[in-house]
Ligand binder design. Structure first.
Ligand code: ATP
Length: 136
């Protein structure tokens, strides 16, 4: 029997990144990884950097989802993404530079705020590199 589908909309600051009927969407939140199916209870969530996996009737799509919010309603799931990228649009050299910059800061920095910012930047860079690698 076919899985039930639901409407998924992913809105990035400059465009509608993705909209379609899907059977599942998986992503990372500040409370951990989640997988959402049709008829999920309504809620809002805060995104943490991670791989976004969209399951359509005929296959899967992956992207890097770095930050934003999710709203789950009975009608649809909306991801308001501050940063989201398909693997083919990820600039690998830029992500490697971001990773190196963050690692250098973490080796030297003792300031709590600077450390937290560098840890977050490192997490984003690693997710981007991981998303590209797994699609090679
Ligand atoms: P950087 O330090 O390289 O700017 P960042 O992690 O601080 O990286 P974000 O704040 O997450 O960047 O994103 C800012 C904007 O730049 C977003 O539109 C995001 O999609 C884009 N972006 C950041 N890094 C990359 C990358 N490596 N490839 C493609 N787009 C990127």
């Amino acid at each position: 029997m076919a899985e039930k589908s639901f409407r998924l909309e992913i809105i990035s600051p400059d465009r509608i990144f993705y909209t379609n009927n899907v059977t599942m969407v998986e992503y990372n939140t500040v409370d951990g990884e989640v997988g959402v199916y049709a008829e999920h209870i309504p809620m809002t969530q805060i995104i943490a950097p991670g791989r976004l996996t969209i399951t359509e009737e005929n296959g899967q799509k992956t992207a890097a989802l770095l930050s934003g919010f999710v709203e789950i309603t009975p009608e649809k799931v909306t991801i308001l993404a501050e940063a989201v990228e398909w693997p083919q649009n990820i600039d690998v050299a830029r992500a490697r530079r971001a990773r190196q910059r963050a690692q250098q800061i973490l080796e030297q920095e003792t300031d709590e705020r600077e450390t937290a910012l560098a840890e977050a930047a490192l997490a984003r860079a690693l997710v981007r590199l991981d998303t590209v690698e797994m699609n090679e």
